[in-house]
Design a protein around this ligand. Structure first.
Ligand code: ATP
Ligand code: MG
Length: 265
């Protein structure tokens, strides 16, 4: 299964079946951080909510060809790609049409490998970041089949670890079947609130359970991160100096170091 010309480890699926844990915020701002550090980045939106597309400034009227068309085999990935307002950062957008894809693909034998096939063509990117929906459905399975690694955002709250074992079981299932190359890029703790003891407790717990899989960088709870999408831009552009932007830049550096693109310090 090495038919992918992109370096496998650099296709990152941002996934967690739990809703509202920071997947899209991470996909957008990590994408922006990598692009601002000179990497060529494609963000693929495979969530029918289309939040990553909106947050990167792709208007509904621009979404003529979407990931729905790509998964259904009606368009090539390159036809869906639109440049964002940020240099080096492109988007394959989604809209609500994608919510029908699961049912429509159900009868196709290659239903779980549509995105992998779409990514097997030559594409000029260093990193591909796939923003997944809050479910372990066929869309997420497509992302995990296509990806070199999974990045799991985990919200620093009481039930953080609940659901992680189910997610890791899915990763194992994919590794033994559809995609032996799938690795865990890391777990990113999100919405960390340093004034809240529970946040610290949860972070400690997660590190105890998952050890080195957890990124050193923690993403703080920061209102600028939640405001930025309504201005259709990543927080890194909206307010580059806010705590959230600084954290996503650090996460970007950590990933570049893990990948050997940047030397670790
Ligand atoms: P879904 O499962 O619906 O796709 P998600 O996992 O993609 O959700 P986001 O959309 O990134 O999660 O975040 C959920 C909400 O929390 C959004 O309103 C977002 O702006 C906000 N948010 C995300 N991360 C942070 C943060 N670190 N600080 C403050 N608000 C945040
Ligand atoms: Mg989302």
């Amino acid at each position: 299964m090495t038919d992918n010309p992109l370096h496998e480890a650099k296709i990152i699926a941002v996934a967690n079946q739990k809703g509202g844990v920071g997947k899209t915020t991470t996909a957008i701002n990590l994408g922006a951080a990598l692009a601002l550090s000179g990497q060529k980045v494609l963000v693929i939106d495979i969530d029918p909510q289309g939040n990553a597309s909106t947050g990167l400034g792709i208007l509904a009227s621009q979404r003529e060809t979407t990931t729905y068309d790509v998964l259904l085999g009606e368009a090539e990935l390159k036809d869906a790609i639109i440049p964002s307002t940020i240099d080096n950062l492109h988007v394959a957008p989604a809209n609500v049409e994608l919510s029908g894809a699961d049912a429509e693909l159900m009868q196709s034998p290659d239903r779980a490998e549509r995105l992998r096939a779409a990514l097997s063509q030559e594409l000029p990117y260093d990193y591909v970041i796939i923003d997944c929906p809050p479910s372990l459905n066929l869309l997420t399975v497509n992302a995990l089949s296509a990806a070199g690694s999974i990045l799991v955002p985990l919200q620093c709250e009481f039930f953080a670890l609940e659901g992680v074992s189910q997610l890791l079981t899915t990763v194992k299932r994919i590794q033994t079947g559809l995609n032996q190359n799938l690795r865990i890029k890391g777990i990113a703790l999100t919405m960390y609130d340093k004034r809240n003891n529970l946040s610290a407790q949860v972070a400690e717990d997660v590190r105890e359970n998952l050890g080195d899989l957890v990124f050193k960088t923690m993403i703080p709870r920061n209102v600028r991160l939640s405001e930025a999408p309504s201005f259709a831009m990543p927080a890194l552009i909206y307010d580059p100096d806010c705590a959230g932007s600084i954290a996503y830049q650090a996460l970007g550096r950590e990933i570049l170091e893990r990948d050997g693109v940047l030397e670790s310090v």
